[in-house]
Write a protein that binds this ligand. Structure first.
Ligand SMILES: Nc1ncnc2c1ncn2[C@@H]1O[C@H](COP(=O)(O)OP(=O)(O)OP(=O)(O)O)[C@@H](O)[C@H]1O
Length: 683
């Protein structure tokens, strides 16, 4: 029997290991099993170069749990260790045997370990660890190494006929949860599901005499040949979908899969899936899993995969991603950068391939795909450049167009007088229905832009496409959506417009900001329309999406334009009714206003030649006094007209009609509107 001190200078390194080595204590099992896999792979490597000529035999790695003794035993039939090797690889912490082995044999035949600390993670959960090992080397004998967590260890002869190693973990009282079958099963499933050597835990069971009974067949918990390790040429679409459901049993079918397979300038394999996302960007639970030579590492791939692709599902396996370093370091690692841009390229290539080879399928899945595309195009310049060839616009008839096709389609009809191409779009087909219909009647096409990212995307498109303007279909009256040339005079005079303003505005709903505007529209258009300025609305939309610094816009009340058609016969009828009914009152108040206005002009004219400093205070007061008088009179006129307007059924009816078309009329107002309409029809 030999005694010794483990080769580290710190008096006792184990408390440090226990607390800080890995934040996740549960990874101990992955580390110890990975070593067993490595030992087995090394033996296979030696056999392949005839340095080991014996029988490989059954290489299954067995995990045994003794719930009473609170031990977990991991047994392999790998290369084992001689006394010198134990001294070198186990006693000298951080001296990694794997690195040395790979350097010597210039193979990375599925060998995982390269940090040189994995084995010691066993002490995070164990009060004592034993190694019983028998090297494959000729003349080697079995040995037992034992250490109770202090820097002292013992090494002595042991009984183990067969080649290989048992690692026996005596689980510590404060980690007793790890001595339970279900916990171990959970860990095996999480970390060891795709290890390259068969792993057995317990026995397969049979239903016998009303209960489950163990058979003598080992229960293998892993699949050593997951499909990402196979050649794409040997796989069918069904295989990919089957694997998808193996990874995420609760998920709906994925839209597409992408098989990654690179070996230069870095190693990377994997399969990514475009999932079917529900309508909003739900937080993803089925995340991409990162593996290193088929050992599960994490499902936090942030920094390795471009941000917009973290929405995808699937697996990535690469020995070239540094796993033991911080995330911030990862982002600056040149290998990781290359991996990230390679994945972006692959994803874009695959999408383009489907677009080219099977456009109907691509279109059919487009609605689900769009959010990824937009996210990618907004956040990744490189992806934008690739994706602009197969990004699809969808119009209100459900037809799909590439960006180029669409420009060709609308060019003859939707170019404005400044040679800008106007892209009309709707964010809500139902709410904006009347506007869509009007635009279509005028021969325009309207795009569907009702996704979460569309507000941002529209902005991006405007900056990317030369001479393009995106205009929401309800942001102006149809005549002015795409201004072609200047229109003729309106039938309403300026004075009449001023008189009608209060007659109409008194019917607009309270609490919302309405500005009455008169527009030179066609007689056949609606008498009144409601629009919302494109700029204002976009600002508010973006503020809602959380575009930084725009909260100011978000807090403004909604404001609309009440656009009165200055040529419509019904509007002309309202002015007629107003002028008839109000003739006496209007004459009277206009008669009062005229002399006040005249004297104001007179005083102002007289002051025009003077410098502001030379005007006497008395004169200034005089102007103020007249202005006050004038505004009182004008307010009186407005109040009169407004009182008349309130009683004017026709004006109310016309405004309500516009509100109705805009889904702004409901409840009591709607009931009254219907009643009034019926009465009018009867008349
Ligand atoms: N089951 C085993 N059979 C044979 N040798 C083993 C076994 N377990 C550990 N070793 C030896 O001990 C060494 C140290 O293991 P350890 O897990 O600490 O580091 P590693 O596997 O080289 O790297 P990593 O930290 O990435 O796991 C291994 O490289 C290997 O030489």
């Amino acid at each position: 029997m030999a005694n010794g001190k483990i080769g580290v200078t710190t008096e006792n390194i184990f408390p440090i290991i226990k607390k800080f080595l890995y934040s996740d204590h549960e990874i101990f099992l992955r580390e110890v099993i990975s070593n067993a896999v490595d030992a087995t792979q090394k033996l296979k490597a030696l056999a392949s170069v005839n340095e080991f000529t014996g029988e490989l035999g059954d290489l299954t790695i067995r995990i045994a749990l003794d719930e009473t003794a609170k031990t977990i035993t991991i047994s392999d039939s790998g290369i084992g260790m001689t006394e010198e090797e134990i001294e070198k690889y186990i006693n000298q912490i951080a001296f990694s045997g794997a690195e040395e082995f790979m350097a010597k044999y210039k193979t990375d035949n599925g060998i995982i370990g390269h940090f040189g600390l994995g084995f010691y993670s066993a002490f995070m959960v164990s009060k004592k660890v034993e190694i019983v090992t028998h090297s494959f080397k000729e003349g080697a004998t079995a040995l037992r190494w034992s250490c109770d967590g202090s820097p002292d260890y013992t090494i002595e002869p042991a009984e183990r006929e067969a080649r290989g190693t048992d690692i026996i973990l005596h689980i510590d009282d404060d980690s007793i949860e790890f001595a339970e079958k279900t916990r171990i099963e959970g860990l095996l499933k999480k970390y060891c599901r795709y290890l390259t050597i068969p792993i057995a835990f317990g026995k397969e069971q049979d239903w016998k005499d009303g209960k489950y009974e163990d058979t003598d067949k080992d229960q293998i918990i892993n699949n050593p040949n997951p499909i990402w390790s196979l050649k794409p040429a040997d796989l069918k679409e069904e295989d990919y979908m089957e694997f998808y459901h193996e990874l995420y049993p609760m998920a709906e079918d994925a839209l597409f899969s992408i098989h990654l397979n690179v070996d230069y300038p870095f190693n990377l394999t994997g399969i990514l899936y475009f999932p079917k996302l529900k309508n909003n960007l739900e937080v993803q639970k089925n995340r991409i899993q990162l593996y290193c030579r088929q050992v599960y590492v994490t499902d936090n791939v942030e920094g390795i995969v471009p941000e917009f692709l973290t929405l995808l599902h699937g697996v990535i396996d690469s020995p070239d991603i540094p796993l033991n370093v911080s995330r911030s370091y990862l982002q600056s690692d040149s290998n990781v950068k290359k991996i990230s841009s390679h994945i972006t390229k692959k994803v874009a290539d695959r999408l383009q391939e489907i677009f080219k080879n099977d456009r109907p399928q691509f279109e059919q899945k487009w609605d689900d795909l769009k959010i990824f595309m937009e996210y990618g195009m907004l956040s990744d310049e490189k992806f934008y450049e690739r994706a602009e060839k197969f990004f699809l616009f969808k119009n209100t008839d459900g037809k799909y167009f590439t960006i180029e096709e669409y420009a060709t389609l609308i060019k003859p009809t939707q170019e404005d007088k400044n040679k800008k191409l106007v892209y009309l779009y709707t964010t809500n087909r139902e709410q904006q229905f009347t506007y869509i219909e009007k635009a279509q009647n005028k021969g325009y096409d309207v795009l569907m832009m009702d996704g979460q990212l569309d507000a941002h995307f529209v902005n991006q498109m405007e900056s990317k496409l030369p001479d393009a303007r995106f205009v929401r279909v309800d942001s102006d009256v149809v005549e002015r959506l795409i201004p072609k040339e200047d229109l003729a005079e309106t039938k309403l005079t300026k004075e009449q417009q001023e008189e009608l303003r209060p007659v109409f505005v008194c019917h607009a709903p309270e609490k919302t900001n309405f500005t009455v505007m008169f527009e030179n529209l066609s007689e056949t258009d609606a008498p009144v329309l409601i629009t919302q300025s494109e700029f204002m609305r976009r600002m508010k939309d973006m503020a809602q999406m959380g575009g930084g610094g725009m909260n100011f816009y978000g807090e403004l009340p909604d404001s609309y334009n009440l656009v009165v058609n200055a040529n419509h016969p019904l509007v002309l009828k309202v002015i007629g009714e107003t002028e008839t009914a109000m003739k006496a009152d209007l004459d009277k108040v206009n008669g009062e206003i005229a002399p006040v206005e005249a004297s104001l002009n007179e005083v102002k004219d007289a002051q025009k030649s003077l410098k502001p400093d030379d005007i006497s205070q008395a004169d200034k007061d005089k102007v103020a006094e007249i202005e006050k008088q004038l505004s009182t009179l004008k307010d009186k006129k407005t109040a009169m007209l407004s009182a008349f307007g309130k009683k004017n059924q026709l004006a109310k009816q016309i405004v309500d009609l516009a509100l109705l078309a805009n889904n702004m009329l409901n409840g009591e107002a709607l009931a009254k509107f219907v009643k009034r309409s019926v009465e009018m029809i009867k008349k």
